[in-house]
Design a protein around this ligand. Structure first.
Ligand SMILES: [Zn+2]
Ligand SMILES: [Zn+2]
Length: 142
């Protein structure tokens, strides 16, 4: 067993909401950094693996508390990368929650298809674009 838990716990402090806030180095990404076996690791991943067990392959750790500095395993959950992005507040998350297309058509099951790059597209707009083309009207790239 690697004897680093004391070193690790010395860098964690109780914070609001029950978070274990990392007081060591914070990476540009906002996550805590911990040196282990000569490699830099994410502090929250180390905490999870020590206290809960190995993180299943292919999964990332999601912060349920949305505090990236938090290393409390109760606030961490291994999820797929996609779930993590959907839960986040980034651009991709806003896009995935978008309910209407650029022209105001509702993204419901009947009106939505997924393009090769993973973004949702509006069938009505595609149909409109096709009929414009069939009428000989050149469509300016959207
Ligand atoms: Zn937390
Ligand atoms: Zn549309």
């Amino acid at each position: 067993m690697r004897d680093f838990t004391d070193r690790f716990l010395a860098k964690v402090t109780d914070a609001e909401g029950g978070c274990w806030e990392w007081t060591g180095h914070i990476m540009n990404s906002g996550y805590g950094r911990f040196w282990l076996d000569g490699e830099q690791q994410y502090a929250h991943r180390v905490a999870y693996e020590v206290l809960r067990g190995p993180i299943p392959a292919g999964l990332v750790i999601d912060h349920l508390c949305r505090n990236r500095r938090c290393a409390n395993p109760d606030h961490l959950e291994p999820v797929t990368n996609r779930t993590n992005i959907l839960r986040g507040e980034g651009f991709a998350a806003r896009r995935a929650r978008q309910t209407h297309c650029l022209r105001g058509h509702l993204f419901d099951n009947g009106n939505t298809y997924v393009a090769r790059n993973g973004t949702r597209k509006c069938r009505r707009c595609r149909a409109n674009a096709r009929s414009r083309r069939s009428q000989g009207v050149t469509c300016v790239a959207a």
